[in-house]
Design a protein. Structure first.
Ligand SMILES: *Cc1c(COP(=O)(O)O)cnc(C)c1O
Length: 392
């Protein structure tokens, strides 16, 4: 075809078709790098559209903004921002609010890559951290007396060992000592806990888990109590060059529609299975916030409206060989990291290398269990096999 053909222009100018009379439940997938402007004045004034308006594809499209608006409503937040993963939510928040000379406090039972980010990356930029026991507020108070902190990170329940900490008490301590607070709420989702209502400044969530819900996407979110921090993070993401794919957001928007239904189902099945395992292992070795023996159970009752489908079991005295035999015999559960999908998973956890201050058994093997949507009787048959194979 000739370069002078009118078809060359027709090929790149999509015809306008009417959207009148077209209504659908689905959120369109808007892909964009370039955003175009009606006239030169609008282009020159584009910076005034930030942080909420459309300036460049990296900073958001109507697809990502719809997901952000929905998370804002569920979290009772001022604004939300979607980022490429749960870990990116945590790291970009920290990169935005911290500067050389600052100090932060991180709970011992945090999602391990967060501790690693502080040790490997923040340290190179002159930000120090201490690890605190989230169940020991006296020692936490002593940390503030020793050294001012800029940020106290919270995760409740904690990864693997599932302790439920006292979020309002930690917020109160931080506030009195001039520190801000951020909370990883991935386990509960905003349907079972709203940390902003408990006083934290910012909530992080791995949408990869329950919001996505089908083990096929990676996304994270930050939800903010105040617009000022939101604006700072939006600006920081643009210079870091971090944005999200509208296709991932579209999948998350589909996932969020069934979130309440999936969580309610998983809550019931997980709690029933946890109780059955507790009858064999002893309740002290089943770490599930809705069981009375779980550290922080009464705090969970006060601050949460439900429990999701992830809990852990501790297997003191069980050898690596016994564990391999037991897990290799699983028929319905798959072995794998991440969680929150439709398929049930187990992941063996060795916490001995990542814990330093908690008063817990770090030597025993742990199994993290994520309950999916399979028939509960099939799941019990598998779990009963594991408990029997390791000698309980
Ligand atoms: C999985 C997880 C993350 C990280 O999410 P990704 O999207 O996999 O980066 C953060 N916090 C908690 C508690 C998690 O379980």
């Amino acid at each position: 075809v000739s370069a002078n053909s009118p078809d060359a222009t027709i090929c790149v100018h999509h015809p306008m078709v009417t959207v009148e009379g077209y209504r659908s439940f689905s959120v369109p997938v808007y892909r964009a790098s370039t955003i175009v402007f009606a006239d030169l004045k609008a282009y020159r004034e584009r910076v005034a559209r930030s942080p909420d308006g459309y300036v460049y594809g990296l900073a958001g499209t109507p697809t990502s903004r719809t997901l952000e608006a929905q998370l804002t409503m569920l979290n009772r937040a001022a604004r939300s921002i979607v980022v490429p993963s749960g870990q990116a939510a945590i790291s970009t928040l920290m990169l935005t609010v911290l500067k050389a000379g600052d100090h932060i406090l991180i709970p011992d039972n945090v999602y391990p890559p967060t501790k690693q980010f502080a040790a490997d990356t923040l340290s190179r930029f002159g930000v120090d951290h201490d690890v605190y026991d989230p169940m020991d507020l006296t020692t936490l108070r002593d940390h503030f007396v020793t050294r001012p902190s800029r940020l106290v990170w919270i995760e409740s329940p904690g990864s693997t060992t599932m302790e439920v900490c006292d979020i309002p008490a930690i917020v109160e301590l931080a506030w009195r000592h001039g520190a801000m607070t951020g909370c990883d709420n991935t386990w509960a989702t905003p349907l079972f806990c709203k940390p902003l209502e408990l006083g934290v400044d910012v909530v992080a969530e791995a949408l990869t888990k329950y919001v996505g819900g089908h083990s096929d996407l990676l996304l994270g979110a930050l939800s903010f109590a105040e617009i000022g921090l939101y604006t700072a993070v939006r600006n920081q993401l643009s210079t870091l060059g971090v944005g999200v794919s509208p296709d991932e957001c579209s999948l998350a928007l589909r996932g969020i529609e069934t979130l309440a239904l999936r969580l309610n189902h998983m809550e019931g099945v997980a709690l029933d299975l946890a109780k059955r395992i507790a009858a064999r292992l002893g309740e002290v070795n089943v770490l599930h916030p809705a069981l009375a023996s779980c550290p922080g159970h009464s705090t969970w009752r006060r601050d949460f409206t439900g429990s999701s489908g992830v809990f852990s079991i501790r297997l003191p005295g069980v050898s690596e060989e016994q564990l391999s035999l037991a897990l290799d015999a699983l028929k319905v559960f798959a072995i794998g990291a991440s969680w929150g999908g439709t398929r049930s998973l187990v992941a063996p956890m060795d916490i001995s290398a990542v814990r330093s201050v908690s008063q817990i058994d770090t030597q025993a093997p742990y199994l993290r269990i994520s309950i999916g949507l399979e028939n509960p009787a099939d799941l019990w048959r598998d779990l009963e096999g594991v408990v029997g194979a390791v000698g309980y």
